[in-house]
Write a protein that binds this ligand. Structure first.
Ligand code: NAD
Length: 490
């Protein structure tokens, strides 16, 4: 049964002023309408902005001395999400496609992130010093203040964890947030924003507006009252965001696309490497992860054995509806995603590559009404193939043999992206050389592409700039005011 969802503006659940709505369908079965959402427009965004500005002027929320009180709201919210976790995880699977286990993982990541930033309550501190200026004593203070109204523009692939990465630090710092979810995945984000109101966020401080990027998104980018934009999405749209935000000199963080390489050295634990790459690397979220294993370079001495293990484990993955506990990989989120993936495979085939596993959409029986695609491994792929150069946002993994680490690094660094990168090796000198030479913001050594709130996340090159999570992620939501106060005569 399709549920009706409403935007949250000024603490209230509301329809679009136009009265228009849009459907959100289940990517595992497009005949199922999971929910309807308001089709908001510029006027709805302006209403949310007016409410935020009024709340920032009139409520206790942004005061520098109220961070303990804000921390309690964040804790209450985390507890509410914990209590509603099963319902929210099912909703996320039905709108996004990812398997239930991964949906629970996203909600756990959100809870951890709110818990982590709630821990900054009472600890957001500036600095005070006393100085002498000729015969005057002066007190100099750096005060950390909220920036004001911050926007969170979210992609479809991790609607929950990326919500937390933006909203939790913004709120503990005392800002207001205006959330714009992706058009295919707005439902769980609406449910979360409703729980924020229940947790005690004052009306207007956390709003969510649904609707087209061309109106809702554009208004958020251009409205002068929005002081900061945290954007996660494609590099192409990231460039538009940077341009639209520049006339008003808004603070912008851009978490953009990636084509993360993984290097497997000849001393790697091949069983563990292939298990991890298959379970948590390339095929998690049906390949729609920004930090992932998108290209693999394997030392020639172990290449054949690596490909055999990888192929067997990939072929064993069960594709299906994410709510079925037997399923290892769900559908892609939308038709466009699947078509993009097919273009990458067609490009590979045109260059006489070998499809070792998969390579095709699934269309029969239970797959007939969803955006399913087989987990795919490709070898013998020449250098000029799109899979080596562009971001493929789907379950397709190219593998190539390399002579040594220097060749691997050269190839790994050969794209315009620089988000994450992985290495499998037991040698300290290989590990240290890799960390030094790889052009990426994040590195995994003998581990899965893990993101945790304690440490910053972000890319270099065309993968964007600015950092989310950790202390650096909080700093992005605070303004520094530098104060000099005359104390008396020396
Ligand atoms: P997208 O760029 O198409 O959309 C992202 C968001 O921006 C959506 O909410 C969309 O509605 C909005 N948007 C689109 N055009 C806009 C405009 N002109 N003005 C304002 N808003 C606009 O990305 P997507 O397809 O939803 O997500 C996939 C991409 O996100 C991939 O490239 C992936 O690598 C990237 N991603 C990066 C990270 C990271 O942290 N670096 C994390 C997740 C996803």
């Amino acid at each position: 049964m399709a549920e009706t969802f409403r935007m949250i503006i000024d603490g209230r659940a509301v329809d679009a002023r136009s009265g228009e709505t849009a459907e959100v369908r289940n990517p595992a079965n497009v005949d199922e309408v999971v929910g309807t959402v308001p089709k908001g427009d510029r006027e709805d965004v302006r209403a949310a902005i007016r409410a935020a500005v009024a709340a920032l002027e009139g409520s206790w929320w942004p005061r520098v001395y109220e961070s303990r009180r804000r921390g309690k709201v964040l804790q209450r919210f985390a507890a509410l999400v914990e209590a509603h976790k099963d319902r929210l995880a099912r909703l996320l699977t039905r709108e996004q496609g990812k398997i239930y286990r991964e949906s629970v993982g996203e909600l756990d990541s959100l809870i951890n992130t709110f818990d982590y930033y709630a821990g900054y309550a009472g600890k957001i501190a500036g600095e005070v010093k006393y100085l002498r200026d000729n015969d005057s004593i002066i007190k100099v203070e750096t005060r950390k203040q909220p920036i004001g109204l911050c926007a969170a523009i979210l992609p479809f692939n991790f609607p929950v964890s990326l919500y937390a990465w933006k909203v939790a630090p913004a709120l503990i710092a005392g800002n207001a947030v205006l959330i714009k979810p992706a058009s295919t995945t707005p439902l769980t984000d609406i449910a979360l924003t409703a729980l924020l109101q229940e947790a005690g966020v004052p009306p207007g401080i956390a709003s969510i507006v649904t609707g087209p990027a061309s109106t809702v998104g554009d208004e958020i980018l251009r409205h002068p009252a929005v002081k900061r934009i945290a954007f996660t999405g494609s590099t192409e749209v990231g460039r538009l965001v940077a341009q639209a935000a520049s006339p008003a000199l808004k603070h912008v963080t851009l978490e953009l696309g990636g084509s993360d390489p993984t290097v497997v050295a000849d001393d790697a634990d091949l069983e563990l490497a292939t298990d991890t790459i298959v379970r948590f690397g390339r095929f998690r979220n049906a390949g729609q992860s920004c930090t992932s294993v998108k290209r693999v370079y394997v030392f020639a001495a172990v290449y054949e054995r690596f490909v055999d293990l990888l192929a067997a484990k990939t072929a064993a993955l069960r594709v299906g509806d994410g709510l079925d506990p037997q399923t290892d990989m769900g559908p892609l989120n939308n038709a466009q995603q699947r078509e993009d993936v097919e273009r990458f495979v067609a490009d590979a085939l045109a260059r006489r590559a070998t499809v070792v596993v998969g390579g095709q959409r699934l269309t029969e029986g239970p797959y007939a009404r969803g955006y399913f695609f087989q987990p795919t491994v490709i070898t013998d792929l020449p250098d000029d193939a799109a899979l080596w150069r562009e971001e493929c946002f789907g379950p397709v993994l190219p593998v190539m043999p390399v002579r040594d680490l220097e060749e691997a690094l050269g190839r790994a660094n050969s794209t315009s992206y620089g988000l994450g990168a992985g290495l499998w090796s037991r040698s300290d000198s290989t590990i240290e050389r890799f960390i030094e030479g790889i052009e990426s913001g994040i590195v995994w050594i003998n581990y899965k592409p893990l993101s945790v709130p304690e440490t910053p996340f972000g890319g270099v090159k065309d993968s964007g700039h600015g950092r989310e999570l950790g202390a650096e992620g909080l700093a992005e939501y605070l303004e520094t005011k530098s104060i000099r106060k005359y104390v008396g005569k020396a």
